[in-house]
Design a protein around this ligand. Sequence first.
Ligand SMILES: [Fe+2]
Length: 357
Amino acid sequence: FKGTCTEGTVINGVQYYSNKVTADGFEPNTTYYYQVKLNGKWQQAHEYKTGDPHNFSFMYVGDPQIGASKGQVPNESAVEQSEDVAARNDAYNWNKTLNSALAQHPEINFLVSPGDQINEPAGNNAEKHLLQEYEYSGYLSATAFRNLPQAVAIGNHDCLTTSYQNHFNVPNPFTAETNSTVAGHGYYYTYGSALFIVINANNYNAADHKALVEKAVKENPNAKWRIVVMHQDIYGSGLDHSDSDGIILRNQLTPIFDANDIDVVLQGHDHTYARTYQLTSDGKQYDDFAEYKVAQHGQDHKVLDNKLKSDSAFKEYYTSQNRCYTIADMKQGTLVNPEGVFYMTSNSATGSKFYNL
Ligand SMILES: [Fe+2]
């Protein structure tokens, strides 16, 4: 297979490169080996086993967010962790989490992470960008990734630089997005009878997500399962996030998921576990707050956050506009084609950061 090498970021005068290769034509239930040539020398070969598209499972994690434990004091230490020590320790825990999960479930075929793989948003700051590279190195250093494919979403910590798209190779990127972030785009893929649609919810313009969902569904009409993966949880239980970006997205996205018969929505962002009954939208139209609906996380988001904090009347009205759900089915356990959409939020896969409920 022939790959591409593109120039990535320049940090402190050092040019970083992004190497990508697309491999196809694999057979199911087959063992393959691959090698990487580094600085003219072939490296040790690694094994990769393809799965069975008719009987597969995947691991779903929440915000690994390598580096988020900065400032914390580890056990028996009086010293607050610096940013690079935090990156090291979180990467250690990440590796341990993946190994432990795979030891218990060796049948797992791939990993789904709904965003915030790393903690440092970096922006245009060179020093912070270097730290972000440490964090990506820590995230990707997990030994499991030698033979565990992964499909990750863009979190709010990933969305402000091009690093996400320099470190991950996604299929079917939705480049038609009109309000995309510099990190990249939403995308979609299938595994057996399941269609996974990965939304870049840092883009608050739901018209883009509607177009992506409709395109993915139209191209895969026979998919038995329709699963959306996105970072910002719209029915989470965390204290910090439910009232700001969750609100902007909630009343916009639910009618789109209903109309396209989405079965499951897998989310992160709140670093706390939550699951819902099977929900639908409340069927009402919400046209207010249009100014925020075309924004991106990190821009008008802060303006909205501050207004919600400082203006209690606005917050009351805003919140009243967003209690938008109807419980379609309260069955639990094993569900067979229920009404409504099942929403789930995962917690911290590394323990790097938790929020109050
Ligand atoms: Fe996060």
